[in-house]
Design a protein. Structure first.
Length: 202
């Protein structure tokens, strides 16, 4: 998975997960527009990064992030626990990604664009091939399955935190993760068999 979803350090995740100013969330929840603007500005970057890793398309990620921010403004008064703002905002984002994916389904790329790739060394073509195969497997997943992979391997969240974020039972998280990983392994294996049959891989 390391070629498709770059893992960040646990410390970096913790700084984002627990670093939000609870007082700012409370003021925004009470209708303070300046507080909400500050909250949205501080959240936008991390939300966009996650949206892009789910949708693999920058315009779609931009639209999904904007929709999530609008949902934050609309629904924030109903957020009972301001300490759960981070998890709640990711849930809104995944919902927005689902909506955007359905809207753009025929236009989204089958493989991640070049901006998701790292520079390839002269002897790294096999690794690039593997990465492209993994990207194709990822592209065949639903947004719900992609989201679990991104939350687990990019944000490095525990299964319990993912279940809380998505508001689903932990058994559902386990099932989605198992199925997503299985689908990606199957896609990689099938692609390699096809390439071998054509004599491309030697």
């Amino acid at each position: 998975m390391r070629h498709t979803i770059q893992r960040r350090s646990t410390d970096a995740v913790r700084r984002e997960w627990w670093g939000m100013d609870t007082e700012l969330v409370i003021h925004a929840r009470n209708g303070d527009q300046e507080a909400f603007t500050a909250l949205a500005d501080s959240s936008y970057g991390r939300l966009h990064q996650v949206a892009f890793r789910i949708l693999r398309d920058r315009p779609a990620a931009e639209d999904a992030t904007q929709q999530a921010v609008l949902s934050m403004w609309r629904d924030l008064p109903q957020l009972r626990d301001p300490d759960r703002f981070e998890a709640w905002s990711y849930r809104l984002l995944v919902n927005a990604c689902n909506s955007e994916f359905r809207r753009r389904k025929r236009r989204l790329p089958a493989v991640g664009d070049a901006t998701t790739r790292e520079p390839v060394a002269p002897d790294g073509y096999r690794q690039l091939y593997d990465r492209d195969q993994i990207e194709r497997g990822f592209a065949g997943l639903s947004v719900d399955h992609r989201a679990v992979l991104v939350l687990r391997y990019y944000l490095d969240l525990s299964l319990e935190s993912i279940a809380e974020t998505l508001d689903v039972p932990i058994g559902t998280v386990n099932s989605r993760l198992h199925r997503a990983l299985g689908r990606m392994r199957d896609a990689l294996t099938e692609s390699e068999r096809a390439e071998l049959a054509e004599g491309v891989v030697r």
